[in-house]
Design a protein around this ligand. Structure first.
Ligand code: F6R
Length: 253
């Protein structure tokens, strides 16, 4: 794992956006794996700025998002399809229809999960997968005890995840209990993985993922087995790392 520790969340987001832009420059027809959540808001804002500055074009790019809530239609303001349109797709030159997400309102969610997995395989799998990190170590919505070989499927969200994500829902509304998520095996097939974690609240998950044992208890720890994984952290998220000095020494950012 390549561990890059930046001074603050702004610098970490800019670094992550720069790595995505470099992937797209190297392969304009890249298949990107995208994430949602609070951490990605600054990453996407920076990508949009790079696009507006003429430093990157997404015209040839296609993308697959990690996950979507079951039961939310694409026009629901808390759906991840809505999030992606508002925070990225509507502001860059990606071709219409090139940004894929699981259909949360599909009448057969299990069938939809399988269809989504097959679409990723048919696209030749993902070139660069962007990931956030849950407080409990989840990647995508692969909650603790998810099979490390799993493919896209339905997952029940933990209470902790639903509470953490309640901030994106109107007062009184809670996130759905079920989501369709790429599996850990799906994520591990990506040729490159880029995880971004910022803020002190993530420091325990970051420590477990980087320095703990590879275990379904902290699903992100599986990235220790990936050949090309980069973790971009800010100082706060990195604050619990035992070998912090070593990481700073190898990549003094
Ligand atoms: C979102 C996703 C999740 C989030 C994670 C961190 O598509 O798959 O794994 O990346 O829950 O969320 P934030 O950034 O809101 O802390």
């Amino acid at each position: 794992m390549k561990i890059l520790i930046l001074d603050d969340a702004k610098a970490a987001s800019a670094r992550a956006a720069g790595l995505i832009a470099a992937q797209v420059a190297a392969r304009p027809a890249s298949v990107l794996g995208l994430a949602t959540g609070g951490t990605m808001e600054a990453v996407y804002a920076r990508l949009i700025a790079l696009y507006r500055a003429g430093e990157v074009s997404f015209a040839g790019v296609s993308s697959f998002n990690l996950d979507e809530y079951v039961g939310l239609a694409g026009d629901h303001p808390c759906s991840y399809r809505h999030y992606m349109r508002e925070l990225l797709f509507d502001h860059i030159d990606m071709a219409p229809g090139a940004g894929h997400l699981p259909a949360g309102e599909a009448p057969d969610p299990e069938g939809e999960a399988l269809r989504y997995e097959e679409a990723i395989v048919a696209a030749g799998d993902i070139d660069l997968q962007l990931l956030g990190l849950g407080l409990n170590g989840h990647i995508g919505f692969n909650e603790p005890t998810s099979s490390l070989a799993s493919i896209t499927r339905l997952k029940t969200l933990t209470r902790e995840t639903r509470e953490a994500n309640a901030r994106f829902f109107p007062a009184g509304e809670t996130p759905p209990r079920l989501a369709i998520t790429m599996g850990i095996g799906t994520i591990m097939r990506a040729r490159q993985v880029l995880l971004v974690a910022t803020g002190a609240a993530k420091s325990e998950a970051v420590r477990q993922v980087i320095e703990g044992p590879v275990s379904a208890r902290w699903p992100g720890s599986v990235l220790q087995m990936h050949r090309n994984a980069t973790l971009v952290l800010d100082r706060d998220a990195a604050s619990g790392l035992e070998l912090l000095d070593y990481y700073l020494d190898i990549h003094p950012e």
